[in-house]
Design a protein around this ligand. Structure first.
Ligand SMILES: *[C@@H]1O[C@H](CO)[C@@H](O)[C@H](O)[C@H]1NC(C)=O
Ligand SMILES: *[C@@H]1O[C@H](CO)[C@@H](O)[C@H](O)[C@H]1NC(C)=O
Ligand SMILES: *[C@@H]1O[C@H](CO)[C@@H](O)[C@H](O)[C@H]1NC(C)=O
Ligand SMILES: *[C@@H]1O[C@H](CO)[C@@H](O)[C@H](O)[C@H]1NC(C)=O
Length: 522
């Protein structure tokens, strides 16, 4: 066959490979929504039929558009009860408080109540699920954090479940599928620990792990079709062929993984697209004025406007000390009277972050180290000053620090003029940061298999074969004692001790015997 024939053949068989995917995405937070939308679009771009089932929980997300090529969106209006439970946490206190895992328990409980109510609502009125059932989905993509997906999968009779995570990892998910996940090597999702934990960090991580295992649970749910049948979350997770996680192996810490864990971090970043984005005249004017430009943004979960006045004043003083550098600050309020009308400081309630990061005139990024921002700046090779505020941001900043292209400051350093000024000075003047950041960006763009390809190939394989018991390790069912070789260590130690003991007795006995003989012969 010549090339033309191959192409024609591919075009002919293409549509028969078109598979039906359901992506289940309750609307309650940006990062989760964005990640699942990207998965949906990537599958749509690969020629598959994708339905995006988006029950609304928080009204403010109703009109947020993250989908592009996926056209089949099924919205579900919230019941009065669900709407009243819709929980949007206020994290502004974390500007000046430490964030411990315990402080997240109320938020986790609130999310659990929301997901349970969504389950009750669907159970009350099965019409939308009945309609979805007629479409015979081959696979369901959902976020592992939302247990409502499990009864939906059971009711629709979907043969392949694809639990996903908009975060880098989830110790419980790893443990369920039998992946090495002891608290000695895998920090909890909301801790600040990296992969190299000290004794006290491992101890805290272990206690946190026990605490979460004991107190944080999915609420019990029964089958939509048979109210006496309890949904077995663990069993359904174990039988899922693959899990998609928002970690990138070239950026994140290396760790032992099963074939089931597919790392698709970076899927939200299309570097080509970012570099083609056009900046508005406003930003072109700003970037043109000075040789160096810095972007300051603390993301959309926690606002610059809420930071303590002392931080704002220090930032302004530092900016004032760099008259030859332009600063663009994402700041959510009109009133910027604290800023002394500096000519090299430009405020904006919204900034075209990706386009700015992709612009060669931008020299550095001062950021809160949210996962999205860290991934974007890594792909664009920008040196950064990271000021993690809470949650996974502390971990993200450590992850990126390993690549030598960034400087990490504590949020409390935002009131320390010298520290902040030195960090900005180093990041702008020392070439090693830029070189390291660019090396990482090149590696990310050259990674052997792109996150998009990983997603599509695994999702297709899952839809074709459903459950994959051949990927289920036996070690998953081993007891703690046998997995950690405690029985073997005890057994071998016992043999060694007994043998040494026997030897000792024999030596003593024979030496006494010879002493006795010698004594007799004298
Ligand atoms: C995909 O959707 C199209 C249009 O809705 C439909 O004609 C086609 O049969 C669907 N494909 C599959 C595999 O269900
Ligand atoms: C990335 O963006 C470019 C330009 O917009 C587009 O041609 C390409 O298909 C995109 N790639 C992916 C994997 O979506
Ligand atoms: C800043 O500039 C505005 C208008 O240009 C002016 O009204 C205001 O008084 C100035 N504020 C300070 C603190 O200089
Ligand atoms: C970062 O720098 C350290 C010290 O120079 C070096 O050992 C390490 O390999 C570097 N990391 C990367 C990812 O290049």
């Amino acid at each position: 066959m010549n090339n033309m024939h191959v192409l024609f053949f591919l075009l002919l068989v293409g549509p028969t490979f078109s598979l039906n995917y359901l992506v289940f995405c309750p609307l309650y937070a940006h990062s989760h929504h964005k990640f699942l939308a990207k998965i949906a679009d990537t599958l749509s771009d690969a020629g598959h039929n994708v339905t995006f089932f988006a029950p609304i929980i928080l009204r403010k997300y109703e009109n947020v558009k993250y989908l592009d090529s996926t056209k089949d969106i099924v919205y579900l209006q919230p019941s009065k009860k669900l709407e009243s439970l819709g929980y949007s946490a206020d994290y502004s206190k974390f500007w000046s408080e430490d964030a411990t895992a315990i402080q997240f328990v109320p938020a986790i409980k609130a999310f659990t109540r929301m997901f349970q109510q969504l389950y009750e609502d669907l159970k009350e009125d099965l019409s939308v699920l009945n309609e979805l059932k007629t479409r015979n989905f081959d696979a369901l993509v959902f976020e592992f954090l939302c247990p409502t997906a499990f009864p939906i999968a059971e009711y629709l009779g979907v043969k392949a479940l694809l639990p996903s995570l908009s975060m880098t990892h989830h110790p419980l998910m790893s443990r369920l599928i039998g992946e090495p996940s002891s608290p000695a090597i895998l920090p909890s999702m909301i801790s600040s620990f990296g992969d190299d934990m000290s004794f006290s960090e491992r101890l805290q991580n272990t206690i946190g792990d026990i605490f979460f295992t004991l107190f944080v649970h999915y609420p019990p749910m029964t089958s939509f079709g048979d109210h006496s049948k309890l949904i077995d979350f663990e069993d359904m997770t174990v039988r899922s062929p693959f899990m998609f996680m928002n970690a990138n192996p070239y950026l994140d810490y290396p760790r032992p993984l099963l074939t089931k864990s597919v790392l698709i971090g970076g899927i939200s970043v299309n570097a080509t697209h970012m570099k083609q984005e056009k900046l508005s005249d406003k930003y072109n004017e700003i970037l043109k004025k000075k040789e160096k430009n810095v972007l300051i943004s603390f993301g959309s979960m926690i606002f610059s406007k809420d930071m303590p006045l002392a931080y704002k004043e220090t930032i302004v003083k530092v900016i004032e000390s760099f008259p030859d550098v332009n600063f663009i600050w994402k700041y959510e309020e009109e009133d910027v009277s604290f800023a002394k009308n500096l000519s090299n400081l430009h405020f904006s309630k919204w900034v075209p972050q990706t386009a700015l990061l992709a612009d060669s005139r931008l020299s550095a990024f001062i950021t809160h180290a949210g996962l999205g921002s860290v991934t974007e700046l890594s792909y664009m090779g920008k040196p950064a000053v990271l000021v993690p505020i809470f949650a996974d941001q502390l971990r993200n900043s450590k992850t990126l620090a390993r690549h030598n292209g960034s400087i990490t400051l504590s949020k409390y350093d935002l009131s320390d003029f010298d520290k902040l000024k030195n960090a900005v000075y180093s990041i702008l003047t020392e070439k090693r940061f830029k070189d390291s950041a660019e090396l990482l960006a090149q590696q990310l763009s050259d990674q052997p298999i792109s996150p998009q390809t990983l997603l599509v190939k695994h999702a297709e394989f899952a839809a074709k074969y459903g459950e994959l018991p051949n990927l289920d390790p036996c070690s998953r069912q081993m007891s703690f004692i046998s997995f950690y070789m405690i029985d073997i260590i005890v057994f071998i130690s016992a043999i060694v001790i007994v043998t040494l003991g026997v030897l000792l007795i024999v030596v003593r006995w024979t030496s006494r015997f010879f002493v006795h003989l010698k004594y007799k012969s004298e």
